[in-house]
Design a protein around this ligand. Structure first.
Ligand code: COA
Length: 160
């Protein structure tokens, strides 16, 4: 498995993976992902197995320690000089889940943020995934005000 940055032509495939991984109300569309890739291509990582894209991670950069819902829809809110990198989504194709790919993507994203001298990583997650993120050192800041996809979210912060 290799973790690399995607090319523009890969974005369509990422939209298919996103649709497989998230409910419709939460999934970023092809056009959302294209807009994000245009604004912050440097914040996308993909996992490839035998040349096939099987997962990816992406998010903007901000000075805030809370991920706001408006970030998902408005790629122009990306602030490259911000101190924190957000995770909007971490996705592994269902047949490839449970093999360490999600963990490897998260570790690579953390390394990327550290290499850019950021202060940490910010995300929101559902209750069942808190232990997954806590295993990387994330702390739960409490219930989020997010109403993204009509679900209940928790604010998570990894401070380096
Ligand atoms: C969450 C997700 C990215 C994890 O990727 P993965 O490749 O399946 O995870 P890994 O194999 O690297 O597992 C890492 C650890 O997290 C745990 N874990 C993985 N998915 C989990 C889940 N849904 N609930 C609870 N724990 C989970 C695993 O048990 C494993 O723990 P271990 O190392 O102690 O065995 C993947 O399941 C996925 O794409 N889910 C759908 C989309 C989603 O919910 N993304 C996260 C919100 S942005």
């Amino acid at each position: 498995m290799e973790i690399i940055q995607p090319q523009k032509k890969d974005i369509q495939k990422l939209a298919f993976i996103e649709a497989d991984c998230f409910p419709l109300a939460e999934a970023a569309s092809y056009s959302d992902l294209k807009a994000r890739y245009r604004a912050f291509p440097e914040n996308f990582l993909i996992a490839k197995e035998e040349g096939k894209i099987v997962g990816f991670i992406n998010g903007n950069t901000t000075n805030q320690t809370i991920l706001e819902d408006r970030f998902y829809e408005d790629a122009s809110l990306h602030d490259p000089s911000g101190a924190y990198m957000c995770v909007f989504g971490i996705d592994v194709e269902p047949p490839y889940q449970g093999r360490g790919i999600g963990k490897a993507l998260m570790r690579a994203y953390i390394d990327l943020a550290k290499s850019r001298k950021k202060k940490g990583i910010v995300l929101t997650c559902k209750k069942r995934l808190k232990p997954f993120y806590e295993s990387f050192g994330f702390t739960c800041l409490g219930q989020s005000q997010s109403t993204h996809g009509g679900a209940l979210w928790y604010d998570m912060l990894l401070a380096f």
